[in-house]
Design a protein around this ligand. Structure first.
Ligand SMILES: C[S@@+](CC[C@H](N)C(=O)[O-])C[C@H]1O[C@@H](n2cnc3c(N)ncnc32)[C@H](O)[C@@H]1O
Length: 210
C-alpha cells in the first residue's frame, strides 16, 4: 500500500517540474525586462484558443507568430495548421527563445525582433502572409515603433489577411485607446472579439483584417 502511494505521488509530481521551471523563467524575464515581456505569466490554453480562433489558419499557406515566449499560443496554432503551411515565429528574449526551442523543436524560430519581419519572410520564401498572431506588448512601445512594425507587417500581409493581438487593459486605458486608433487607421476592419479571464486580469483580444 505504502509503495503504491509513493509511486502515485511521484507520477503526479514529475510532469510538473518542467512547467514550474518555465513559469519561473517567464516571471524572472518579466522582472528583468517588464516593458519587453509585458505579462508575468504565459498565456493559459483558453487565451491561446481565443487568440487563434477565427483567423482562418486552418486554410492558410503562410502564418507568422510575433513574441511566442515559451510557446503556449504556438501549440494552438500548430494544432490547426494544414500540413503544407509555412509557419515561423519571432522572439526577442534569449531565455524565452531557448525555452521555446525545447517546447517546439520542429518550429522555425527567429531569435530577433519582429521589426525584421520582411527579411524573415524572405528567408522563409514567403511572399504574403495569410495570418499574423501577435502577443508582443504593443501598448508599452513608443508610438513610432508601433507604427513602423505595423507598416512592415502589413506590407507582408495579403489583402484580406487576418491579424490578432492581445492586451491586458481595456480601452478605458489611454495607451490602449491610442493603439486601437492606430489599428483603426491601418486595417480595413478591427473587431474586439473577446474578453477572456487570464491569470490575474482580463485579456482583451482584437482581430483585424487587412
Ligand atoms: C506577453 S509575452 C507573450 C508570450 C506568449 N506569447 C504567451 O502568450 O505566453 C510577449 C512576448 O513578446 C516578446 N517580444 C516583445 N517585443 C518583441 C519584439 N520586438 N520582437 C520579438 N518579440 C518581442 C517578449 O520577449 C515576450 O516573449
Amino acid at each position: 500500500m505504502i509503495s503504491h502511494d509513493r509511486a502515485s505521488v511521484q507520477t503526479e509530481i514529475k510532469p510538473r517540474r518542467p512547467k514550474r521551471r518555465g513559469t519561473l523563467a517567464f516571471l524572472s524575464e518579466f522582472i528583468l525586462s517588464p516593458l519587453q515581456i509585458g505579462a508575468f505569466a504565459e498565456s493559459p490554453p483558453w487565451v491561446a484558443r481565443a487568440m487563434v480562433e477565427g483567423l482562418g489558419v486552418e486554410r492558410a499557406r503562410a502564418v507568422a507568430e510575433f513574441g511566442p515566449g515559451t510557446g503556449p499560443i504556438t501549440t494552438e496554432i500548430l494544432r490547426r495548421l494544414p500540413q503544407d503551411c509555412t509557419f515561423f515565429a519571432i522572439e526577442k528574449s534569449d531565455r524565452l527563445a531557448e525555452l521555446f526551442r525545447k517546447r517546439h523543436p520542429e518550429t522555425t524560430l527567429f531569435h530577433d525582433s519582429v521589426e525584421r519581419i520582411r527579411e524573415f519572410c524572405g528567408r522563409m520564401g514567403v511572399e504574403q502572409l495569410d495570418a499574423v498572431v501577435t502577443s508582443i506588448p504593443w501598448i508599452l512601445m513608443p508610438g513610432s515603433l508601433q507604427e513602423r512594425i505595423l507598416d512592415e507587417t502589413l506590407a507582408m500581409m495579403r489583402p484580406g489577411a487576418r491579424f490578432s493581438t492581445i492586451t491586458y487593459r481595456s480601452e478605458k486605458f489611454g495607451l490602449v485607446k491610442k493603439f486601437r486608433a492606430l489599428m483603426d487607421r491601418k486595417f480595413a476592419v478591427v473587431e474586439p472579439v473577446s474578453v477572456v479571464k487570464s491569470r490575474l486580469s482580463n485579456a482583451y483580444i482584437y482581430r483585424c483584417t487587412k
